[in-house]
Design a protein around this ligand. Structure first.
Ligand code: PHE
Length: 459
């Protein structure tokens, strides 16, 4: 029973598969195709990748189970779920603070996520219209600087992307989220497989595979390890309650353990495939693997501009990036919309219009932070975009994850937790493993990430 208002008909996935697709869609995003390759490049490759996989298994996977478990048990949005499951426990309603944090974090992340996705859309247009070929190769990276300097392009593309996102979310769980993911995820997979096979036929493929999979532990630093853990979080879409909301639309018969393993597997597979594809190109064409955030917007286009068929490759690649961003952005908007629908009892249409407009409004500041508002420096000389990114990725996300870990590991009633695991040997074993990771490993790792982000731990 809901403690705060009547539960309503909130929609349901039509089965386990659409749920897994949609959750994999939330997980697979810019984090996989843009960020994972560039941070792998900056952290020296193999050893970082191996440590990242460990973080996914020991912290990411348990936390993914925790979020889905909370949502499915409570059948509510993030705030409602903490309220419902925590109100008779120590701390009582205060736990709902983490639900609030999740809603706000989703909104803020989406506001600047849309700006990056907007760049991907602009690059689709550039690829189709041949903009990379119209200038000498050496000037291709400067096209990105020109895009950043253009306030209109940033605002308009972010706005278009928000419209696309809102257009899907307004359709509801079955008619919107499920349908979109059922189309976008397989398409994304096909595109990426094609591009990866192309990459593997290039002469730099061997070097790329060695770079990514032959670990050289002398290259793994403490800072790199914490970055891997932070990214495992971000990539799986944890710490912002998205999986609480998606879990809340899931029927009781589905095994959360199996679903979580499938989602983590797909998310990791896509990141590794993107890495293999991108580094094959990077090594074939003598580009710089440690180029940083500009790797796919500045470094890769130089290659696209120089190879036969580069126009097609570039178009496919940036469409892939846009689709990946879209499957994540719908989950972020859904998290905010679920709150407005469940707690404020507004219709879905109104909830989408109001939250979409507010998030876009906030996003304008990020879109302008590279041009008109470039002079505005906030936290530690960061511009608005970087400040929001820092607050979300380095603080809110680990804090949200810590809240979920402590809540499900130490606060929630044990029978409530047990209910969400099935009654067979494998699930019993999984529950023991989950419980150990969520009570001890995850909080310890997350606190380390937080202290590092705050500058308390230095390397
Ligand atoms: N996981 C997404 C990515 O990799 C980002 C995201 C974070 C989406 C949190 C939803 C919630 O890009």
């Amino acid at each position: 029973m809901a403690v705060n208002g009547e539960p309503k008909d909130r929609g349901h996935w039509s089965g386990p598969l659409p749920f897994i697709m949609a959750s994999a869609g939330a997980a697979i995003g810019l984090g996989n195709i843009w960020k994972f390759p560039y941070i792998t490049g900056m952290n020296g490759g193999g050893a970082f990748v191996l440590f990242y996989l460990l973080c996914i298994a020991l912290v990411g996977l348990p936390l993914l189970i925790s979020e889905m478990l909370m949502g499915r048990k409570a059948e509510r949005d993030t705030v409602g779920s903490f309220l419902e499951l925590g109100h008779q426990r120590a701390g009582g309603k205060a736990w709902a603070g983490f639900g609030w944090l999740a809603v706000i974090t989703c909104g803020v992340l989406l506001s600047f996520y849309a700006v990056i996705a907007g760049w991907a859309m602009d690059y689709v247009v550039k690829s189709v219209t041949g903009a990379f070929w119209a200038v000498p190769a050496a000037e291709v990276p400067a096209l990105f600087d020109a895009l950043l300097a253009n306030p209109w392009a940033n605002v308009i593309y972010a706005g278009l992307f928000m419209l696309l996102t809102a257009g899907i979310v307004v359709g509801g769980v079955k008619g919107g989220l499920e349908k979109a993911n059922n189309i976008l995820i397989p398409t994304l997979f096909i595109l990426l497989t094609g591009l990866m096979i192309y990459g593997l036929t290039q002469k730099g493929a061997g070097q790329a595979l060695a770079f990514m999979f032959a670990p050289d532990f002398s290259k793994l630093t403490g800072a790199g390890m914490l970055e891997a853990l932070g990214h495992a979080f971000f990539s799986l879409g944890l710490g912002m309650g998205v999986m609480i909301v998606y879990g809340s639309y899931l029927g009781k018969g589905t095994s959360l353990v199996k679903a979580a393993i499938s989602i983590a597997f797909l998310d990791t597979l896509i990141a590794l495939m993107a890495g293999v594809m991108i580094f094959s190109m990077v090594f074939t064409y003598g580009l710089e693997p440690g180029a940083g955030p500009g790797l796919i917007f500045q470094t890769l286009p130089v290659m696209f501009a120089g190879v036969p068929g580069g126009g097609i490759l570039a178009t496919l690649f940036f469409v892939l990036l846009t689709f990946a961003a879209l499957t994540s952005s719908i989950s972020l908007l859904e998290c905010v919309v679920a709150y407005v629908v469940d707690e404020d009892h507004l219709s879905r249409g109104k909830a989408v219009a109001i939250s979409g407009a507010a998030i876009f409004g906030l996003g304008i500041f990020s879109a302008l932070s590279f041009n008109v508002l470039a002079g505005v420096k906030l936290l530690g000389e960061r511009n608005i975009f970087d400040t929001l990114d820092f607050l979300v990725s380095n603080l809110a996300l680990p804090l949200g994850g810590l809240g979920v870990a402590i809540f499900t590991g130490w606060v929630m009633l044990v029978p409530d937790v047990k209910d969400e695991f099935q009654d067979n040997a494998l699930e019993r074993f999984s529950r023991v493993f989950w419980r150990f990771c969520i009570r001890f490993v995850a909080p310890f790792g997350i606190i380390a990430v937080l202290l590092f982000s705050l500058g308390v731990i230095k390397f």
